[in-house]
Design a protein around this ligand. Structure first.
Ligand code: ADP
Ligand code: ZN
Length: 767
């Protein structure tokens, strides 16, 4: 980095453009898609002056070899006081227009700072590939009259063909391509070329879509019958509209049970925002799981962009352009839709805010909720977080009054919440015989099916760690040091804690109740399918999990078959627990509530509660009512008990107490440092080296950050790499940021070449 100057990225100084009103603007501030915390300055050559702006990409020389690399211009400013005399120049400009507004530049810088990665890495991931390579557009050459055409023509007698071509352009209200002019004038390209040569007409380039269809138009969607809000919904809406009208940044936590009319409230609030000529972003956990919600939005707005993961590059590009022009009223999408380039954003909604898909699990490891909070603050607009089971993070904030808590405690139209029955399966003969469907579940299913109803069975197994569990007391074996279940490792028959590295032979009896014969978990959806088919051969059954639903559109096909009654029993993983609305479902069965409960995860109780509440939300929506059966070996566990009573707030308060006592999030911030490499010993040593460097730095800085480990990660091997990790914990996020930056910037960590590290701030899984 010989002669490009460097500035610290996260100091208190203003953003580059904030000092851009100094007279002599000379340098482009450039960041790169590399883990570098610096902004490099390059001289702007005369030919690029006035054209180069913050938000465009540039080609610049980098490093000793001065190879040209792509960078992101994040500002245009005078040279820093300590800049060298001769700065390297910007080599070329890649984009004609900025890809990012100034607010989006601020937002991406905030993400880099918050999630401990570089600004360039964030920018790279935020701008879709299709936008960067302008997919689906082509450059066209257009012709028009020159501004001084009439002067040039004065007293000139044009040959007939040139005159005809000129006439075509004179009569056209917009510029035309060469082909268009030639065709209309009945001439070749020769006369047109001569007109250009004499300066009477001029040519210029413009980018056009290769396809003229408007993908955001909702024309043709069937209108819904209007709904009259109930008084509770109206109250909630009024609070939100208050903030919309005063253009106030405020976060609302809308805690409403399933079917309480939350979506209807979002729609009303967005209609108001759209009425002011503004746009709204709605984040949903996963587009393919929410076809019904999408249909509702389509029927209520003029233009809607649905950003799903199956869009092609060119589709994504066209959405982006339309959104940036302000042509799209509502953007619905998964977490990355938070970066939609709306020019006048008026409201952000996050539906099902508790879902883990809002956290990205590759760099930048941002949480869309926190990014949304930041964006809403930058734009001075309200944010609504909606859920039947808010995260404890969100509930704690709202309880402290930092956000406003709004409640919809009842379902609309007087519909009851379904009764949830806990079924203790510890002594069930079916289960003891190796089955998954206990006696009560079997009777319940029989009853529902015979009465013409439909059944959903829910099993949560994919991607789960094997835990040791006692059949006697229904408890999982926990680490003596951490409040986390031990994971069983089949290869060497050891029980390990993946947090502190406790390691022991699996106990032969339960440490708690001393019963012998600890069990391991594991029932697959496929096995369950076989059992269902054997027990209910008369009824059609459909399995839905990520294995059977790989193809795009397969969800919708499967759900349609279920909706129309061709399928009577639907079984699957959590993907069927989400926003679906089937009036004919009269029984929902949770096969095993404990799998979730005993996961080696801080949030296992919270997730168990969420699971039961969401599953319960799938029934009792129609006239026929419905019920829920939850099979468990822990019938007295508070998560299970309170979920069966639909008592979220009691659960949340109890769990928050527990988290406070155990010094866990949301009372603590965590960051998880993960190392991976092809060689186990090397990776382990690297993890130790790095953890030691952190310990030493923490001591030196008198940092409040606490460290544990390193330990093998629960997923010990992934894609041929061994994985180790260690957590950093502190009361706030700042000490962690400070420690991280100090170690990464100053310690010369001599890690083996093929060991890579990454950090996950506010991790939501410890895998
Ligand atoms: P949630 O998002 O809380 O699950 P929805 O907004 O989807 O709730 O509402 C559940 C169902 O009730 C939907 O079919 C919706 O159309 C309907 N609904 C919502 N509000 C009302 C209301 N005020 N009166 C009658 N039906 C309503
Ligand atoms: Zn432990």
């Amino acid at each position: 980095m010989s002669s490009s100057s460097q500035k610290s990225l996260f100091g208190p100084e203003p953003l580059p453009w904030e000092e851009a009103d100094r007279e002599d603007i000379l340098c482009a501030d450039v960041v790169f898609n590399r883990p570098l915390d610096t902004v490099y300055q390059y001289r702007i050559p005369d030919e690029l002056r006035g054209r180069l702006q913050a938000g465009q990409r540039v080609k610049v020389p980098l490093g000793r070899g001065n190879t040209f690399v792509t960078g992101f211009c994040v500002g245009v400013s005078p040279p820093a006081p300590d800049a060298p005399q001769k700065l390297k120049p910007v080599h070329d400009l890649i984009d004609d227009e900025p890809l990012m507004s100034q607010n989006m530049l601020r937002l991406t810088r905030w993400i880099a700072n918050r999630y401990l990665c570089s600004w360039g890495q964030v920018l790279e991931s935020v701008v879709p590939a299709g936008v960067k390579n302008q997919a689906g557009t082509r450059e066209v050459l257009l012709l028009r009259l020159s501004s001084d055409a009439e002067q040039k023509l004065a007293g000139l007698e044009l040959p007939a063909k040139q005159a005809a071509a000129l006439d075509v352009l004179r009569k056209s209200s917009k510029p035309l391509t060469l082909d268009q002019v030639a065709k209309r004038a009945g001439c070749g390209s020769g006369p047109i070329g001569l007109l250009r040569k004499s300066g009477i007409i001029e040519a210029f380039h413009e980018r056009r879509d290769t396809d003229d269809n408007d993908p955001t138009s909702t024309a043709g969607a069937t209108a819904e019958t209007p709904i009259i809000l109930n008084p509770e919904q109206q109250l909630v809406l009024d609070r939100v509209l208050g903030a919309v009208r005063t253009r106030e940044h405020k976060t609302f936590l809308l805690h409403g049970v399933t079917g309480s009319g939350k979506t209807e409230v979002y729609i009303r609030a967005i209609q108001e925002v759209v009425g002011y000529g503004r746009q709204a972003i709605v984040l949903v956990p996963e587009i393919s799981l929410t076809p019904q919600t999408i249909r509702r939005f389509r029927s209520r707005f003029r233009s809607l962009a649905v950003l799903h993961s199956h869009l092609s590059d060119s589709e994504r590009h066209r959405f982006w352009q339309r959104i940036a022009r302000g042509d799209v009223e509502v953007i619905v999408g998964a977490r990355s839709a938070i970066f939609a380039p709306t020019p006048h954003l008026g409201l952000i909604v996050i539906d099902e805010e508790h879902e883990t898909t809002f956290k990205q699990d590759s760099t930048p490891r941002y949480h869309a909720r926190e990014v949304a909070r930041q964006r809403a603050e930058l734009e001075g607009i309200p944010l609504i977080l909606g859920s039947a089971t808010p995260t404890l993070e969100s509930f704690a904030r709202a309880s402290r009054g930092e956000d406003e808590l709004l409640r919809l405690p009842k379902r609309v139209a007087g519909r009851p919440m379904p009764p949830v029955y806990i079924v203790d399966i510890r002594t069930d003969p079916h289960i003891q015989g190796g089955g998954s469907i206990g006696r009560a579940m079997q009777f319940g299913m029989q009853e529902a099916l015979q009465a013409g109803g439909q059944v959903i069975l829910f099993l949560n197994v994919r991607g789960f760690s094997p835990v040791l569990w006692c059949r006697g007391c229904g408890e999982a074996v926990k680490c003596p040091h951490c409040d986390i279940s031990l994971t069983w490792h089949k290869s060497d028959n050891r029980a390990r804690c993946h947090f502190c590295d406790y390691d022991a032979a699996p106990p032969s009896m339960c440490p708690k109740c001393r019963a012998v014969g600890l069990k391991l978990f594991g029932t697959g959806t496929q096995r369950l399918e076989q059992e269902v088919k054997a027990r209910f051969p008369k009824y059609s059954c459909l399995r839905m999990d990520s294995d059977s639903m790989r193809r795009h559109g397969s969800h919708e096909t499967a759900l349609d078959a279920f909706r129309h009654g061709q399928v009577r029993i639907l079984l699957g993983t959590q993907m069927i627990a989400k926003g679906l609305d089937f009036p004919n479902v009269t029984l929902v069965g949770v096969i095993d509530a404990d799998t979730q409960l005993h996961q080696p995860d801080l949030r296992s109780s919270e997730r168990t509660f969420q699971l039961i509440a969401q599953v319960a939300g799938r029934t009792g929506r129609g006239e026929r009512g419905g019920k829920v059966l939850v099979q468990t070996c822990c019938p007295t566990d508070p998560a299970i008990l309170l979920a069966s009573q639909h008592n979220y707030e009691a659960f949340a308060r109890g769990e928050l107490d527990h988290r406070q006592q155990t010094q866990s999030p949301p009372f603590q911030h965590w960051a998880r440092v993960i190392l991976r490499g092809p060689d186990e010993t090397e990776t382990k040593q690297a993890a130790k080296l790095m953890a030691d460097a952190f310990r030493a730095a923490a001591l030196k800085l008198a940092s409040s950050v606490r460290l544990l480990g390193p330990a093998p990660a629960p997923i010990t091997r992934l894609q041929n790499n061994y994985r180790y990790h260690f957590p950093l914990a502190a009361d706030g996020i700042e000490p962690i940021q400070q420690l991280w930056r100090s170690v990464i910037a100053t310690e010369k960590l001599a890690l083996p070449k093929d060991v890579e590290y990454t950090v996950d701030v506010d991790p939501i899984n410890l895998r």
